[in-house]
Design a protein around this ligand. Structure first.
Ligand code: GDP
Ligand code: IMO
Ligand code: MG
Length: 424
């Protein structure tokens, strides 16, 4: 059984927890897109792991982990991740495979991300400043791109970096009046990355196909969420990769028809970090209640997340474009204590009702939400392990979400820990 996990909202749906749980029944976990903009949390007992580049299967010592070609690898973050796990006596030796075709995020990408965002003022995207956009731009532009395979020939890479950094410095100086970066400094870092990471670097496409042919099962781990997809999300307030399920095949070279099950992950409400329209946002005491109770602060940047009601129109869009089979609904526990809950079942745009999400941002910014109200519940549900353990109104809420998204919910999250999960 091969499974693909994908976020159905604007990221941070709880994918890390779901991947960690399902990793137990798969042999291999693959990250296929995004980079260190992702922050996937896995909680095991008292230990909280925040994974940025390493797949969320890393915590399990017998899981093979792959970082495929669609990922933009920040080697510094990756090495820090390996060291963090080593402190818990978890090693990835002989079970981590990084694509030789994966592009590398270097200092000038992060600097460009930061300078550009600063220069945009209130019109900024609100990126994570992890250099994601500039690195993917260099990938598409080709001539100034650096891949893992380039670490194999350091002499050639040195010359290439001199050319690239000279070009970047001209732009940084002319456009942003910024200090130049040192090509030598960046090269020395690359020398260290080569020492540390080349031992893990292979042709991951060949590895994955060989493994699948041998009967191994693969779990594909999406990063970000469907609404942040470069082509199908709320552009320009998106990330620079295809972060919906559509990015899976391109990101790792395995066709979607080899995936048996696409599992979409959504929160029982909605959150968003950074700019862009957010129809069900509650910029009020309800949003604050959710933020406090759900600890809604960015895993990567620490920024407070914007919070709002569950948006069935938005989630259904992620389900539709991704061909999602069933969903995992996380953070149901966070809604305990709210008297009344709202679910957005349709939008009104210019007087007309629609249930199809308009990703075009100027149109999305104009929508009015059509809500259905459901009664809340007071009980703490973090100890519930069966659907029947949930209060009646929580069960009604789940059924309503299923009805509006037209998909069965197969997993319910009632807390951050592995066992705080209900399997339907
Ligand atoms: P990801 O990027 O999709 O992996 O999600 P993040 O890790 O950025 O954010 C999800 C947060 O919610 C993390 O702090 C998780 O530990 C936590 N979490 C996951 N599932 C649940 C849940 O069902 N209930 C609660 N209360 N927390 C959860
Ligand atoms: P995970 O995998 C939530 C958002 C940023 C910003 C936009 C562009 O943890 O769900 P970028 O740095 O990618 O250029 O930023 O995308 N963003 C995320 N939001 N979760 C993420 O990842 C995100 N990755 C990027 O906040 O709005
Ligand atoms: Mg996250």
């Amino acid at each position: 059984m091969n499974t693909c996990i994908v976020g159905l909202q604007w990221g941070d749906e709880g994918k890390g927890k779901v991947v960690d749980i399902l990793a137990e029944e798969h042999d291999i976990v693959v990250r296929y897109s995004g980079g260190a903009n992702a922050g996937h949390t896995v909680v095991v007992g008292d230990i909280r792991f925040a994974l940025h580049i390493l797949p969320s299967g890393s915590i399990r010592q017998d899981t093979v982990c792959v970082i495929a070609s669609g990922v933009v690898v920040d080697p510094e973050v990756l090495i820090a991740g390996l060291e963090r796990l080593a402190r818990e006596n978890i090693t990835l030796d002989n079970r981590l495979f990084i694509s030789e075709n994966a592009h590398i995020v270097l200092d000038y990408h992060k600097k460009e991300d930061q300078l550009r965002e600063e220069s945009l003022g209130k019109d900024k995207i609100g990126t994570t400043i992890r250099g994601i956009g500039p690195c993917y731009a260099d990938k598409v532009g080709r001539s100034y791109a650096v891949r893992m395979a380039d670490l194999r020939d350091l002499e050639k890479l040195k010359a290439k970096l001199q050319r690239i950094v000279a070009y970047k410095n001209k732009i940084f100086g002319a456009v942003y009046d910024a200090e130049p970066l040192s090509a030598e400094g960046i090269f020395e870092k690359c020398r260290f990355y080569a020492e540390r990471l080349l031992g893990f670097t292979v042709d991951t496409t060949a590895f994955l196909h060989r493994s699948i042919a041998e009967g191994k099962s693969v779990l594909f781990e999406g990063a970000q969420g469907s609404l942040l997809d470069l082509d199908h999300g709320t552009f320009p307030f998106v990330t620079s990769s295809n972060s919906s399920a559509l990015g899976m095949s391109a990101g790792c070279g395995v066709p979607a028809k080899m995936v048996d099950r696409f599992l979409g992950v959504a929160k029982a409400y909605t959150t968003r970090v950074g700019g862009g329209p957010f129809p069900t946002e509650q910029d009020n005491e309800i949003g604050q209640y959710i933020r406090d109770k759900g600890n809604e602060y960015g895993t990567t940047t620490g920024r407070p997340r914007r919070c709002g009601w569950f948006d069935a129109v938005a989630v259904s869009y992620g389900i539709t474009i991704g061909g999602v089979d069933s969903t995992a609904l996380m953070h149901l526990d966070t809604l305990s204590g709210l008297k009344e809950l709202q679910i957005c079942r349709a939008y009104k745009i210019d007087g007309e009702e629609t249930a199809f999400f308009p990703a075009e941002t100027t149109r999305l910014a104009r929508v009015q939400c059509v809500y259905e109200t459901c009664p809340g519940w007071e009980e703490d549900i973090s100890e519930a392990r069966d659907f029947e353990d949930l209060p009646l109104n929580a069960r009604k809420y789940i059924r309503l979400v299923e009805e509006m998204t037209k998909k069965a919910i197969s997993i319910i999250g009632v807390g951050p820990e592995r066992n705080q999960t209900i399997f339907m």
